[in-house]
Design a binder for this molecule. Structure first.
Ligand SMILES: [Mn+2]
Length: 432
């Protein structure tokens, strides 16, 4: 006999993974632990006939030749499977997304750090071109959505989104799903936020209002970023940091959020070994006290003030320029050779215009290619100062639908910043 089971207090990812396994290997008997999460229990009470499941009490463990374990890799999290542990002849397969080594030694395993175990099984169902009913697709999508916070937790991978897309194609029903999934902001989150607010402190660091909050939590809690965002908004501070201490693992999960570009949370988190972008970041720190981590954050904010990223750090220079008398054909050659889409027009170091690939469309006749730039350039030129922030550059580019901004200091052109420079800055720094 071949059985498939998952961890106690089964969540949707565990349950969906069990069902996905039975679709992949129809000879598998689905065995669910006695303890199920309340929302899974509610779902099962309505869909019982559609999903054939058994309890560990129903199966004769002696008959089991192959055990498939999904969404966990440790014996202690399984329900009544201990008798199988010592069996030499037992074959074990594992599908899981928790990459820390567990106590189950599998003969065959698929363990990858994706957002939900269900996504790994969906990948196989897809490869084997299995046919799913809308009901099955709905359950599998619930597994992915619950573990990834509707594909929004930082642990979400492309694999999860591919799997979700495939399940939606198979008519997964989002109305049913939202009835059973707990909201991203749950009772647990509410309790954490309440505790944080009880001992909330505000401090003023380098002109910014900042709140660093330390809290012990029991076990890993997903979606703490939602809590931190609410915390920041309620306290109305420029930046908020949550230091969530997990005593049994002796580690701190640090989450930071900022509402100002001058306080670059990503830079602070990178200094702590994590990652992020200017307005959001996180880090995991082991073997330090939460208070120590809090102190460290404040020190870093003090130190990072001068180092917050300015346009001068991102701009390119020297800048290629042309004069108002340069001929359009020459501009075309320069744009092509340099792989750029626009170029400032200068007169004795001062910008007098901007000529871009788009301006070539204004030419009516082929012979105009020999005309001077002056005839086609745009003379209303926006510029930015080297001390301004990347966000200010983005705002100007979006407002005026332009792809590049000359960087001007004391009336002198000192560099150029393009949309891709800014985007690279925002996206390259995002954590894995
Ligand atoms: Mn899971």
């Amino acid at each position: 006999m071949q059985i498939v089971t998952t961890h106690k207090n089964t969540d949707f990812d565990g349950f969906a993974s069990v069902i996905a396994t039975t679709l992949l290997f129809p000879e598998s008997v689905a065995v669910l632990p006695k303890t199920l999460n309340p929302n899974v229990k509610a779902f099962l009470s309505i869909h019982k006939e559609l999903f054939a499941t058994h309890t560990p009490g129903d199966v004769d463990v002696k008959q089991v030749e192959r055990l498939i374990v999904v969404d966990t890799n440790s014996w202690s999290r399984l329900d009544r499977m201990e008798p199988l542990r010592a069996r030499k002849s037992l074959e074990i397969w594992v599908w899981d997304h928790h990459v820390e080594k567990g106590s189950i030694h599998a003969h065959r395993s698929c363990i990858e750090p994706v957002g939900a175990t269900t996504s790994l099984l969906v990948r196989e169902l897809k490869a084997k071109r299995k046919i799913l009913t809308p009901m099955q697709a709905t359950l599998l999508l619930a597994g992915i959505y619950e573990d990834t916070g509707n594909l929004s937790f930082p642990s979400t991978c492309a694999e999860d989104a591919y799997a979700a897309g495939w399940l939606l194609e198979r008519k997964a029903d989002l109305n049913i799903l939202s009835t059973f999934l707990k909201p991203a902001y749950s009772e647990k989150h509410k309790a954490i936020l309440f505790k944080m607010l009880q001992h909330a402190k505000r401090s003023r660091v380098k002109g910014h209002s900042v709140s660093v909050n330390q809290l012990s939590i029991e076990g890993h809690v997903d979606g703490l970023a939602v809590v931190l965002r609410m915390y920041m908004e309620i306290l109305n501070v420029d930046a908020a940091f949550g230091v969530f201490f997990e005593p049994e693992k002796n580690r701190c999960m640090v989450i930071g959020r900022s509402q100002t570009d001058e306080l670059d949370v990503g830079a602070i988190m990178r200094s702590m070994g994590g990652g992020g972008h200017p307005r959001a970041g996180s880090a995991q720190i082991r073997g330090t006290t939460p208070d120590g981590v809090g102190q460290w954050i404040l020190e870093l904010i003090k130190g990072h003030q001068q180092a917050s990223v300015q346009i001068s750090d991102l701009m390119s220079f020297p800048v290629h320029t042309v004069t108002a008398a340069t001929r359009m054909e020459e501009v075309a050659m320069i744009l092509r050779a340099k792989g750029i889409t626009g170029i400032p027009v200068v007169d004795k170091g001062t910008i007098v215009g901007m000529i871009s690939r788009r301006d070539f469309r204004k030419m009516r006749k082929e012979s105009h290619i020999t005309s001077p730039v002056k005839a086609y350039m745009s003379t209303e030129v926006l510029s930015i100062a080297p001390s301004q922030s990347p966000m200010q550059a983005v705002q100007l580019m979006v407002q005026h639908d332009i792809g590049r901004l000359p960087v001007v200091e004391d009336g002198r052109l000192i560099g150029i910043i393009t949309r891709s420079d800014v985007m690279r800055y925002y996206y390259d720094l995002l954590p894995d």
